[in-house]
Design a protein around this ligand. Structure first.
Ligand code: HEM
Ligand SMILES: *[C@@H]1O[C@H](CO)[C@@H](O)[C@H](O)[C@H]1NC(C)=O
Ligand SMILES: *[C@@H]1O[C@H](CO)[C@@H](O)[C@H](O)[C@H]1NC(C)=O
Length: 218
């Protein structure tokens, strides 16, 4: 098979046309929460995407931990969807989410090996009432994370994600649901698909981050 075909197919699988036709990247101004997000649509099948939106404060003091707001939109047939903040399965905060009736459950995890990730108290998610819902076709949540942007990497070194540049992210997806969906400590089955992309956090900069977060947590 021609290598260029393989490369184009791989590029097509990770990004879907919405804004930037090559990467699936764009900026999203959320009328509901008021945040401006950098957005990425990641394909988990040949026709379906999960949207990952990230909002950060601006300015941020260099190399200091900072809060971020994560908004995820997933088709209702998604059993669970996870974001790896440091772009790989191990040694970075994982935000794993699923629908549970009319609610969305967000679970903080951290893996040190390629196995079911234990819960992680180093990152906490405060889910907003605004920007969080389940309907016939999708589940969506919006949450402020404290502890997602600074973590200890596999070499034992503190790492902070660049709030004004491009970062590698990763996701995992399963079509199967967690065993006990009402609990954020539930076990869940291994992913059917995972992949990586680069997201420009600078396009999700919010000068009014603190007041917007306070308003949405109201
Ligand atoms: C029951 C839960 C999970 C199990 C058993 C599991 C297991 C594994 C295994 C065995 C691999 C290696 C696959 C290979 O080499 O082909 C892998 C890779 C990967 N997993 Fe998971 N995983 C789980 C949950 C997650 C979650 C929640 C995420 C993201 C939020 C994730 C993201 C990834 C990624 C990005 C890779 C690619 C390799 C890497 O980045 O280290 N996984 N997983
Ligand atoms: C589960 O939710 C509780 C209550 O909001 C929270 O204190 C805890 O950190 C969460 N655990 C995980 C693993 O996300
Ligand atoms: C269901 O939720 C999705 C994701 O938030 C949204 O795009 C869609 O418009 C909603 N559908 C209805 C009928 O409200």
């Amino acid at each position: 098979m021609c290598w260029i075909f393989v490369a184009l197919w791989a590029a097509a699988l990770v990004g879907l046309a919405s804004g930037d036709p090559v990467s699936g990247a764009s900026v999203y101004h959320d009328p509901e929460t008021g945040f401006t997000f950098s957005q990425y649509n990641v394909m988990y099948s040949l026709s379906e995407t999960i949207t990952f939106r990230i909002a950060v404060p601006s300015p941020v003091t260099a190399n200091q931990p900072y809060d971020a707001v994560l908004q995820v939109v997933a088709p209702i047939d998604v059993g669970w969807a996870g974001l790896a903040w440091g772009g790989q399965m191990t040694y970075n905060p994982l935000a794993v989410s699923w629908s549970n009736g009319n609610n969305v459950v967000v679970s903080s995890r951290f893996a040190t090996q390629h196995a079911a990730p234990p819960t992680y108290s180093g990152a906490t998610y405060s889910v907003f009432k605004t920007g969080t819902h389940v309907n016939r076709t999708h589940f969506q949540y919006t949450a402020k994370c404290t502890g997602c942007t600074t973590f200890t990497n596999s070499a034992g070194t503190p790492t902070t994600i660049n709030p004004t540049g491009t970062n590698r992210l990763a996701f995992g997806y399963s079509s199967s649901r967690p065993n006990n969906p009402s609990s954020n400590t539930s076990s869940f089955p291994v992913h059917d698909v995972y992949n990586y992309w680069s997201q420009d956090f600078s396009s999700g900069a919010n000068t009014a981050f603190a007041s917007l977060a306070a308003k949405n947590l109201g």
